[in-house]
Ligand binder design. Structure first.
Ligand SMILES: Cc1ncc(C[n+]2csc(CCOP(=O)(O)OP(=O)(O)O)c2C)c(N)n1
Ligand SMILES: [Mg+2]
Length: 549
């Protein structure tokens, strides 16, 4: 049976378990998806067309691949607009599939924009399909890249005029993806270093999520009886209410990072970026790094022991080896962590319980934690103080109970995170926390959330400006010319959300936070998104990163 190239792609996506694609017009693949009954989420512009697919891959840890299209070909406005979203997926190693129209034969003389050339630096692989019967080959290669090794975005360019191919002659079988196991000698050496340590620390990164190894991490950490710090991207990969958890940032995490003599990293690049720690005194520590990608070995610090392989297989091997060599006894550790956690929270608890007006932003997070079921929710926050404050005090108890970022975090992405989390986990209460700048980056796609009945709650912390930059708190501020926005009296974002079908409320009384959250969640349960705008104070305080200002 003959099939048009784009329709063949849509059928292969379905065979690969892709249950929808996100998009924005125009793309011949959108039409093919429609014809093949592959559901479409048409967002308000290309950036979110990409971002919700990216977020879907992230929140499902690559178990379900997010797929999307963007306008390209001779009119590449869409993919040019989407560059930021693709670059963000690249920086954070997210396995998203982006499909765009490639140039037809001979058409390159009508443009000087080189789509593949422009996006090669921010993709794991670019496939340019030039014959219809190569569709299955290229899709196989794409899903091999998406499901194996270090994750990353894949771009497929598909010209409009490829014609048809015969599905019987060029059949497709879904790609399982492949893992690599660690060298047993490296495992032995790593466990030797761990056992020799006086104060070891497990430093867990997002690789633990992508290899589906949160249970294995828990088992290994408990057997070794070692404190566990997670990166911001891995927040929740180890339950933060566990007696061995030292969280992500702030005084407790800093204490163990500074004190450790063996830093045992699993699934982390250890790359000291904008939103992670730098390792203090690295030359005085023994760094063990278990990673799927050799790129990160000896990259930022000297790696004394590397274990190369998938995090799940590695953790299983480490656990078996530790059982063999025998774990070391450590006494008093959990009491010490518990005291350190109390000390960390002593700084923030008063803010979380504050009755101040304007509302202290931590009060919103504190009240949210009172209302949410930590075992059945998803929380993410945006670039700016909302990320920094949420990641300082929010306790993530289940895998992907929280979604965090790596090096870049493009304003507005929290909306894509909550949107896709709701699609991935319909039974969870999904919440994104954002600021005044973040809101402006996402409102164009609010209509889509209402149209599709995606019941998420957006919490807008209105502190009257870009709070990390402004004067009046720590002095004159580091960017005092670029921080203030209109006050709530003249610019009410809740009314904009309400106007496109969201349940929307302003909240200025601390005592009204919990009732408003409950009303919002009730609306979400009926499939209606909700927007709560909290009139908050300028309070840019949060847990620090070691080695950062
Ligand atoms: C696309 C993009 N542009 C610029 C930035 C830099 N940036 C980070 S936070 C921020 C301002 C955040 O202000 P707001 O959303 O009001 O949050 P607040 O810190 O006030 O809580 C800016 C401009 C970014 N992260 N992403
Ligand atoms: Mg703000």
């Amino acid at each position: 049976m003959k099939v048009k190239a784009a329709n063949g792609i849509a059928r292969i996506l379905k065979a690969e378990g892709v249950s929808w694609i996100s998009c924005y017009p125009t793309s011949h693949i959108n039409n093919a998806a429609g014809e093949e009954n592959l559901p479409i989420y048409m967002m308000g512009e290309e950036r979110f067309g990409i971002a919700v697919a990216d977020a879907y891959s992230r929140v499902t840890c690559g178990k379900r691949i997010g797929a999307c299209t963007a306008m390209a070909g001779l009119n590449a406005a869409g993919i040019q607009m989407a560059y930021g979203a693709i670059a963000q997926a690249w920086e954070d190693s997210s396995p998203v599939l982006i499909m765009a129209e490639g140039l037809s034969r001979g058409a390159s003389r009508h443009t000087h924009f080189d789509i593949a050339g422009a996006l090669k630096p921010v993709t794991k692989w670019v496939g340019e399909i030039d014959r219809a019967e190569l569709v299955p080959d290229y899709m196989r290669r794409a899903f091999t890249q998406l499901r194996s090794g270090r994750p990353g975005p894949v771009l497929l360019l598909v010209p409009k005029d490829l014609g048809e191919y015969d599905e019987a002659q060029h059949p497709y079988t879904p790609v399982k993806g492949w893992r690599t196991g660690p060298d047993p000698d490296d495992v032995k050496a790593a466990i030797g270093a761990l056992r020799a340590a006086k104060d070891p620390l497990i430093y867990a990164g997002e690789g633990v999520y992508y290899s589906d190894a949160t249970a294995e991490l828990l088992r290994f950490a408990e057997l070794a009886h070692v404190p566990v710090l997670t990166t911001l991207k891995a927040k929740g990969a180890f339950p933060e209410n566990h007696p061995l958890s030292v969280g992500v940032r702030g005084s407790l995490a800093a204490h163990y990072l500074e004190k450790c003599d063996v830093l045992f990293a699993i699934g982390s690049s250890l790359f000291p970026n904008r939103f992670s720690h730098a390792i203090p005194d690295p030359q005085k520590k023994t760094i063990v790094q278990c990673n799927v990608d050799i790129l990160d070995i000896n990259r930022s610090y000297e790696t004394k022991h590397a274990v190369i392989g998938d995090a799940k297989l590695t953790l299983e091997a480490l656990t078996a080896e530790l059982e063999k060599q025998g774990p070391k006894k450590r006494t008093g550790l959990t009491d010490e962590i518990s005291a350190g956690r109390k000390e960390h929270m002593a700084k923030f608890r008063p803010f979380m319980e504050s009755n101040d007006k304007p509302i202290n932003p931590y009060r919103v997070i504190g009240d949210l934690m009172k209302v949410l079921d930590p075992k059945a929710s998803f929380v993410t926050a945006d670039s700016g103080n909302t990320r920094d404050q949420t990641s300082t005090v929010y306790e993530a108890q289940i895998p992907r109970g929280h979604l965090g970022w790596g090096n870049v975090s493009t304003l507005g992405f929290s909306f894509a995170g909550a949107f896709s989390a709701k699609l991935a986990y319909p039974d969870r209460q999904c919440v994104n926390i954002t600021g005044d700048a973040g809101v402006c980056y996402m409102m164009g796609s609010f209509e889509a959330a209402a149209r599709y009945g995606v019941g998420i709650t957006t919490l807008h912390i209105n502190n009257g400006g870009y709070s990390g930059y402004g004067p009046g708190f720590w002095g004159k501020g580091h960017d005092p010319y670029t921080w203030k926005v209109s006050d709530h009296g003249s610019a009410c974002m809740a009314s904009m959300a309400g106007a496109v079908g969201w349940h929307a409320e302003d909240v200025s009384e601390p005592s009204e936070i919990i009732p408003a959250l409950k009303r919002a969640f009730d609306e979400n349960a009926k499939g209606r998104p909700a927007y709560l705008e909290f009139i908050c104070s300028h309070h840019p305080v949060h847990g620090g990163w070691v080695g950062r200002e």
